[in-house]
Design a binder for this molecule. Structure first.
Ligand SMILES: [Zn+2]
Length: 931
């Protein structure tokens, strides 16, 4: 530590100690102490408190980081010593420069690390029903604004803390819901009527590379563009049963694109946290395989930092303002590396959880203070290593390649296998013979080098979606270049305006992750045993799911490229109307944005057509091509929409010949449920974004016949329809976030209309009646199991024959595809798939897969989407994928006058698979023969 640097600070500390006495305590402000039983603060109260503390303390600056989805403002409190505040911009620049690691040599980086301050993100409230998160945030802000002890002072000198509220809307909902009962002992905070994030509830922690939601965009702006903290601590709840809190280190697998220094840095902070807890006598701390959390997946507030060389920390703690009990689990009473100090069963009060959380914050901040220059220098080292890997030939080690190496050796081996080492020997592992070193070349095949960069051509069919993907990279802190003129790389010419993403940059892991397949290891409890489910998805590659066209460039390349400013969002190039025809406008069906234009035109009362087929036409059109005849208001609307949406419109004198249909807006109902459904919420957001009008309907309303005559289309998102009881389905399905069945007497009357749940006795007949009368049901994801309830002519394709000739579902040991990207075939000549290409990447999470029965063939049912290969895996993990071959994913099945459209994959999953949105959107337009 530099003593000279601290001399002037001592004077300032005296000043701040004086002002610290003026900081209002939480009890003075809220009327109760944080952690008091039966008391929660609302966001309105919390926001007022943050403003008060910021006004009272010279250690605190309150920053508005952006709007929430419900229109509140999201606060971040920058807390550090007054002396650091005076040089805050300088410290922010140092943090940025070291994280990006560009234009620095080691000596310069060391000097910056010595001068700089560690930057640590500590948040709360992301998952609003995990109420410890917001309340420890309030308590911690107060402590660091007011405490005058030596440790706090030292932390404030060395560290810039970004205390951030992650979900203001959710805190307002949950706390108001809990506190609405005047008698404290009668308060409860479950059974809330809707999701604690307007659209996505708990999935607000699944949005951190997509950033569809405003809060994730606000947060990522701070994390990856503005501040680039070295540590990101994301608070959650609850701990695994029989423990108090779980945290770092985390279990394997970690992701193969990480820098090893990142992985061991997580370990180091884990050790610091565990040590502090144990030194304070705080027990029940679980880590590694003591909890389900791995570091494999990208997309969470804690995990996306890993792909930016930032140390992401997640803890999950018990706690409830209503006192609770810590249960006795025999297996959690044996001390182990996963749980060094077991906790005895006991009554547990909210304040204890606040104390644990504040200790966790102190552990991390004390570590950051003591390791300040190391943290700053190490993020530079990781960034530097990334730049180096992206500047020369480099091979990421993937399990499938190691497998291929092993198989190559086994295929070459002519002699009998070497005797296996005696497993009974204590040091058997040390006697492993290995394979000849020349096989290492299998891990470094020239064609398997990591790309030096990616080119996204500007002339691809859906460039606006490619730009949306580029914006995900830019908002994620990645440097992107754009070509200023046409150029040629590897003999291929690309147009001006194409985007280039080089991997020689600090956040290379994030780039590889968004473009390349995730190669998840085969992870089993034991050889031949059941698979261990990943913490979240196994594969997600957004470039695949969005249908982006790009080229992987394996060698260094140059061109007329300019680098875009950090964080500068791109708009698609303004589309325009080509040609001077006066008969109408042709719009291609490929871009997802075309649906926005269609909906704007229909909302304005314009007549809109689509070409069902153009066979025989001289200038063949893609089925689904939009034609808007010349009419009053059309040109203005189309000109504006094409410009904004980046659509290429052609003005023609005469529409091409071919069969046309007239497009209109059906009356759409979207299923939801009391407490809220995340798949429904994501769908709701997508429909709003693309201009579809709809109503929400709830199970009780469906059962009561609310659909009849009022809607034309009902969307059943994943989770609406369980497997039939006869096929092993659950007895009483309900929202995964409403753990008790809501009773009318517990709820305000305004919510009674939302109650009800699916039942085979009432819901199935109501759905059947709706379709028989001419309605369309689009059954998405797991809700495609509706086919079994309605006895439609399909069967489960994922079965095997028992020795006695019966069909049974494939067991997990044989078939397991947890959240992965698979390749499917579609038939773009069918209206459901208009505008799609014949090959599409889908998101599949152990979803239903069907085969048609002979009855379906008799009825002329044609599949819309299906698997046509025994190896459809593109990204993730697909154990037993050969069973998928020829399985049907989408089909229209007639029921009376109506139709059930099965869309078995997760076609709208977390707003990510742009490539399959059309399967839903096409269903939400009505196509009648044009007259
Ligand atoms: Zn959580």
């Amino acid at each position: 530590m530099n003593h000279l640097r601290h001399l002037p600070l001592l004077l300032l500390i005296v000043v701040s100690a004086v002002s610290a006495r003026a900081v209002t305590t939480p009890k003075e402000h809220f009327g109760f102490a944080i952690g008091d039983d039966y008391h929660l603060a609302t966001f309105t109260q919390t926001e007022a408190y943050f403003k008060k503390v910021a006004a009272e303390s010279d250690r605190v600056v309150l920053v508005d980081i952006g709007p929430t989805e419900e229109g509140r403002r999201q606060p971040m409190l920058i807390v550090t010593s007054p002396a650091n505040h005076a040089k805050l911009e300088r410290y922010r620049q140092i943090s940025q420069r070291l994280a990006r690691a560009e234009g620095l040599n080691d000596a310069e980086a060391r000097a910056l690390a010595e001068e700089g301050r560690a930057v640590v993100w500590i948040d709360g409230g992301l998952h609003a029903n995990e109420t410890v998160g917001t309340h420890q945030l309030i308590e911690s802000v107060y402590r660091f604004a007011s405490a005058t002890d030596a440790v706090t002072q030292r932390i404030l000198d060395d560290v810039i803390i970004l205390f951030t509220h992650c979900n203001p809307d959710g805190q307002e909902l949950i706390s108001s819901w809990y506190m609405r009962r005047p008698v404290p002992e009668e308060r409860f905070f479950d059974l809330q009527p809707r999701l604690y994030h307007k659209y996505v509830g708990h999935d607000n922690n699944r949005d951190f590379f997509t950033m569809a939601m405003k809060e994730s965009s606000n947060i990522n702006r701070q994390l990856y563009v503005d501040w680039l903290p070295q540590i990101v601590y994301n608070h959650h709840q609850s701990a695994p049963p029989g423990t108090i809190i779980s945290g770092p280190p985390y279990r394997d697998p970690f992701n193969y694109v990480f820098d090893p220094l990142l992985v061991t840095s997580i370990d180091a902070i884990g050790a610091a946290m565990n040590n502090r807890f144990h030194a304070e006598g705080k027990v029940g701390i679980a880590q590694r395989r003591g909890a389900p959390f791995s570091t494999w997946w990208n997309g969470g507030l804690r995990t996306t930092p890993y792909f930016h060389n930032q140390i992401g920390i997640l803890t999950e703690i018990v706690g409830n303002p209503t006192p609770m009990d810590i249960p006795l689990l025999p297996e959690r009473q044996i001390p182990s590396g996963d749980l060094p100090a077991p906790v005895a069963p006991q009554r547990w009060h909210y304040r204890q959880s606040i104390d644990y959380s504040v200790s966790a914050n102190y552990a991390i901040l004390d570590y950051a203070s003591r390791q300040r220059d190391h943290l700053l220098y190490n993020i530079y080292l990781m960034g530097k290593a990334s730049i180096k890997r992206g500047s020369r030939d480099h091979w990421t080690l993937y399990p499938s390649r190691v497998d291929a190496m092993r198989k190559a050796y086994e295929a070459d081996r002519r002699t009998a296998p070497a005797a296996a080492p005696d497993a009974s020997e204590r040091f058997a592992a040390y006697n492993a013979p290995g394979i000849p070193p020349e096989y290492f070349a299998h891990l470094q095949k020239p064609e398997q080098r990591d790309p030096r960069g990616y080119i996204l051509p500007a002339d691809q069919p859906d460039f606006p979606t490619a730009v949306a993907f580029i914006n995900m990279l830019i908002k994620g802190g990645v440097a992107v270049e754009r070509a200023t003129t046409d150029f040629t790389v590897n003999g291929k010419t690309y147009p001006s305006g194409s985007y280039i993403v080089r991997t020689a940059q600090a956040f290379r892991p994030h780039i590889l992750d968004l473009f390349e397949p995730q190669d998840h290891p085969n992870d089993f409890l034991y050889e031949g045993g059941p698979p261990i489910a990943p913490y979240d998805s196994a594969g997600w590659t957004p470039a695949f799911l969005m249908g982006v066209r790009f080229d992987r460039i394996l060698d260094g390349f140059e061109g007329p490229f300019v680098r875009l400013p950090w964080g500068e969002i791109q708009a698609p190039p303004a589309g325009r109307i080509a040609g001077a025809g006066r008969g109408g406008f042709l719009i291609p069906p490929g871009p997802v944005n075309t649906f926005k234009l269609i909906n704007r035109a229909l909302a304005a009362g314009l007549e809109v057509h689509r070409f069902a087929s153009a066979s025989g036409s001289a200038n063949a059109l893609t089925p689904g091509t939009v034609f808007i005849p010349a009419q009053a208001g059309a040109e203005n609307l189309i000109t504006a929409a094409a410009a904004e949406l980046g659509l290429a419109v052609q003005a023609v004198d005469q529409p091409p010949s071919g069969q046309r249909v007239k497009v209109s807006r059906p009356r759409i109902a979207l299923w939801d449920v009391y407490g809220g459904s995340m798949p429904s919420g994501w769908t709701r957001w997508l429909l709003e974004q693309h201009g579809f009008a709809f109503d929400l309907v709830y199970p009780g309303q469906i059962d009561a016949g609310a659909l009849a005559g009022r809607y034309d289309v009902l969307i059943l998102p994943s989770g609406a329809i369980p497997l039939p009881r006869a096929l092993g389905g659950p007895p009483a399905p309900r929202s995964s976030y409403v753990l008790r069945t809501p009773r009318r007497e517990d709820l305000p009357e305004e919510f009674h209309g939302l109650l009800g749940s699916f039942s085979e006795e009432k819901t199935v007949p109501a759905l059947r009646a709706f379709t028989e009368a001419g309605g369309t049901i689009v059954a998405v994801g797991t809700s495609s199991q509706l086919a079994h309830h309605l006895n439609l002519p399909v069967k489960n394709a994922l079965v095997e024959l028992t020795p006695d000739g019966r069909e049974q579902r494939l067991p997990r040991e044989k078939f397991f595809v947890p959240g992965s990207v698979l390749r499917a075939k579609v038939d773009p000549s069918q209206p459901a798939a208009w505008g799609m290409t014949a090959d599409v990447d889908i998101y599949f999470d152990n979803n239903p897969v069907f085969r048609l029965t002979p009855a379906a063939l008799v009825e002329g049912v044609k599949p819309i989407a299906w698997f046509d290969t025994p190896r459809p895996l593109r990204s993730g993990w697909a154990w037993g994928q050969a069973y998928l071959d020829q399985g049907i994913l989408a089909a229209d099945l007639p029921v009376g006058q109506g139709t059930v459209r099965l869309l078995a994959p997760e076609v709208t999953f977390r707003a990510q698979p742009y490539g399959t949105f059309k399967l839903l959107f096409n269903t939400l337009l009505r196509h009648d023969p044009a007259r």
